[in-house]
Design a binder for this molecule. Structure first.
Ligand code: FES
Length: 155
């Protein structure tokens, strides 16, 4: 049973979003494959198409393997006018990957995302559940170091 890693409350079909999110978080590859999705839908008692529509609607989900930490750079208008493009480019240069890519060691993936709901802090990014705002390109090395340290502590 795939949902054994997910807490009991989230396993209920009315909590399908939480169940899928928790399941994805439990994997180092941060994704749900199509085979897994079919099993998860069955375990949750929902149709496969319902489960599929959820993971394709929310940018938090992926059907292909990603890094342990997903860096999502907001690209909506308030962030864009506050130079989120520079932030994205700095991550690309610093991590030596392009947007949509994953570092060789599988630690980071870099993505664009729509509004994170904190436009007053633009430009903003999200890594996991943590949001960073009012960023400048000078902040990027510190943020990467923070997650490298965290990763080293966890392995
Ligand atoms: S537009 Fe970037 S957080 Fe809203």
């Amino acid at each position: 049973m795939l949902l054994e890693t997910v807490n009991k409350e989230a396993r209920k079909s009315e909590n399908i979003l939480n169940a899928l999110l928790e399941y994805q978080k439990s994997k180092d590859t941060n994704h749900i494959s199509e085979e897994e999705l079919a099993k998860l839908a069955e375990e949750l008692g929902v149709t496969e198409s319902r489960a599929y529509s959820i993971i394709t609607f929310y940018s938090l989900f992926s059907t292909h393997p990603r890094g342990k930490y997903i860096i999502q750079v907001c690209n909506d208008v308030p962030c864009y006018v506050n130079e989120s493009t520079n932030i994205l480019e700095e991550f690309e240069n610093y991590l030596e990957i392009r947007v949509g890519g994953t570092t060789h060691d599988g630690v980071f993936s870099l993505e664009r995302t729509s509004c994170l709901g904190c436009c007053n802090m633009s430009p903003a990014i999200r890594i996991g559940e943590k949001v960073y705002g009012n960023l400048s390109t000078d902040d990027i090395p510190r943020i990467i170091s923070e997650y490298r340290r965290k990763y080293d502590e966890e392995i």
